[in-house]
Design a protein. Structure first.
Length: 172
């Protein structure tokens, strides 16, 4: 399976492009979850969207991983992004399963579907003993998704100026 082109029950995953930058600007408007991401809020929403997406281009080039655009199969609507993200957490390399959705698409089970698809892909295609999700301790929605994805809390740390719990799932 090609990482940059995947599908799950209701969703299609594809490589991000520069055309996605204006779509991603909406993520930074009236989004209560921004406090959980450790972003520089002094930057414009346009600059935040551009930096977020162009960072993925570098990940594609150097790691063949990163956030993917997530679209509804039924309509083609861009709903957010998700991906497997190589990270260094407390000095240790990890593979993070991460996702972010436009606020309109919260509460519809898409976060769980994305996380489960990425976990399936990861176990089949990446040599690792575990996957993690780095979650701000206040972000109950993402905690719920991690638990539904079979993850359990491993440790608490500081990450991107936030207090986070690292949830993980070990290979069976």
């Amino acid at each position: 399976m090609n990482y940059l082109e995947q599908e799950s029950e209701r969703l299609r995953y594809r490589k991000l492009t520069e055309a996605d930058i204006p779509r991603w600007v909406d993520f930074f408007v009236d989004n209560d979850n921004l406090a959980y991401l450790g972003l520089d809020r002094s930057k414009s929403k346009e600059l935040l969207a551009e930096e977020w997406i162009t960072k993925q281009f570098e990940r594609y080039r150097t790691q063949n991983l990163g956030h993917l655009a997530v679209e509804l199969k039924e309509t083609g609507a861009f709903i957010g992004m998700g991906g497997i993200l190589p990270q260094v957490i407390d000095g240790k390399p990890e593979y993070e399963i991460g996702y972010s959705l436009l606020p309109y698409y919260w509460g519809k089970g898409y976060g769980t579907e994305i996380a489960q698809q990425l976990k399936r892909y990861g176990w089949e295609n990446i040599e690792t003993q575990r996957f993690v999700s780095v979650i701000d301790i206040r972000n109950q929605r993402s905690i719920n998704v991690a638990l539904k994805n079979g993850m359990t809390p491993i440790f608490r740390t500081q990450y991107a100026s936030l207090t986070v719990d690292v949830y993980g799932i070990e290979k069976e």
